[in-house]
Design a protein around this ligand. Structure first.
Ligand code: DAH
Length: 349
């Protein structure tokens, strides 16, 4: 006599299908699924009977259990889709739903104005044959000061208050720290800019921040001239501002250049009338520069009787402020989304 409980299996199937057709929510369908299809569910548990069946009976009954499982799974899926369609139809006929309303635009980021101007500078200098290099923000006293002709007891070290990490390491106070690194890395003649963040331990105000951006420029060749330096600076400024900008050149003192200059531009935030950015003077120091000091060339392994260089240290943060008429340097790294939103869709052609 057969012990195959096929009728019982079919009775369970009928119950399951009835429960599926009567379910009115996804949660109820899940409950039905658990009760009948789960590992210990009403259908699966028939598998345990297999061991008691004769070897001839087993395959057919095993298949019957699987068929019933599939049938119930299909019914569940069909009912799930039905319920979804019912909910959707209800939502569409809901008087509070207005399909003609505009959608919500996903928030997208914007390119930071510092990045925009930096990209443009990279492009301008690349087109003039310069490499664009990247040097460490944490550097040594040697590259930041010593190699740049600023010995330990030199008063110029007071010009830049330094964040020290330990006796040897510091946060670079200027991108000039890359100059000797570049001389050691490349065979002259070469031209390079190295943009980056610099750090100063000092009180902040509208025109000073403890962290800001510079772009260093360095050109080493057999013979270089101040005229060429000034011409390159003018090209840079007119490219960035899209017009001629008024400049003035003053002698400036930096231990790593001789002669050294301060190249100022007339303040574009106030138009030269005087404001907090230009400290009421109408001029902004933007581009200190000069001819590389022989001691610096020597530190870079170059013979100063055979090689010359010019260098500049562009205040990128200030340049961005001029370009976009930003009246407080602290906005730049504030991370204030309202400030950054103003640059949405802005590009530098
Ligand atoms: N590193 C100087 C500073 O941050 C700026 C500077 C002056 C850089 C003259 C130069 C230079 O390359 O030639 O104050």
């Amino acid at each position: 006599m057969s012990t195959v409980p096929i009728e019982e299996l079919h009775a369970v199937r009928d119950l399951a299908l009835k429960a599926v057709s009567e379910a009115n929510a996804d949660g109820e369908l899940e409950e039905v699924s658990r009760t009948y299809l789960g590992k210990k569910g009403q259908i699966r548990k028939h598998m345990r009977v297999l061991g008691q069946l004769s070897p001839e009976e087993r395959p057919a009954f095993g298949k019957a259990v699987n068929d019933v499982s599939t049938e119930v799974e299909d019914a569940l899926e069909t009912r799930r889709k039905e319920l979804h369609a019912i909910r959707r139809a209800a939502a569409l006929t809901d008087p509070h739903f207005d399909p003609t309303l505009p959608g919500t635009r996903p928030a997208s980021g914007t390119v930071h104005p510092l990045t925009l101007v930096d990209w443009r500078l990279d492009e301008i200098f690349r087109s003039m044959g310069f490499y664009v290099l990247d040097y460490p923000e944490i550097d040594t006293e040697y590259f930041n000061f010593e190699a740049l002709n600023v010995p330990a007891d030199h008063p110029a070290r007071d010009m830049q208050d330094t964040f020290w990490i330990n006796d040897e390491h510091l946060l670079r106070t200027h991108t000039s720290a890359g100059q000797v690194r570049a001389m050691k890395e490349f065979k002259p003649p070469f031209k390079a800019i190295f943009p980056g963040r610099v750090f100063r331990y000092e009180a902040t105000d509208a025109s000073h921040d403890h962290t800001f951006h510079q772009v260093e420029g360095l050109y080493v060749d057999r013979e270089v001239s101040v005229a060429n330096l000034i011409a390159s600076m003018k090209t840079l400024l007119s490219e960035i501002f899209g017009r001629e900008v008024e400049i003035r050149l003053r002698p400036g003192y930096f231990p790593f250049v001789e002669p050294g200059f301060e190249l100022d531009i007339s303040c574009l935030v106030c138009g030269g009338g005087g404001c907090s950015v230009c400290k009421q003077s109408g001029w902004v120091e933007l581009l200190p520069c000069g001819l590389v000091h022989p001691n610096v060339l020597r530190a870079g392994g170059l013979d100063p009787t055979a090689w010359q260089g010019w260098a500049f240290g562009l205040g990128l943060s200030r340049l961005v402020m001029m370009r976009y008429q930003i009246d407080d340097i602290r906005h730049l790294l504030s991370g204030d989304i309202r400030f950054l939103r103003q640059f949405e869709g802005t590009g530098l052609e």
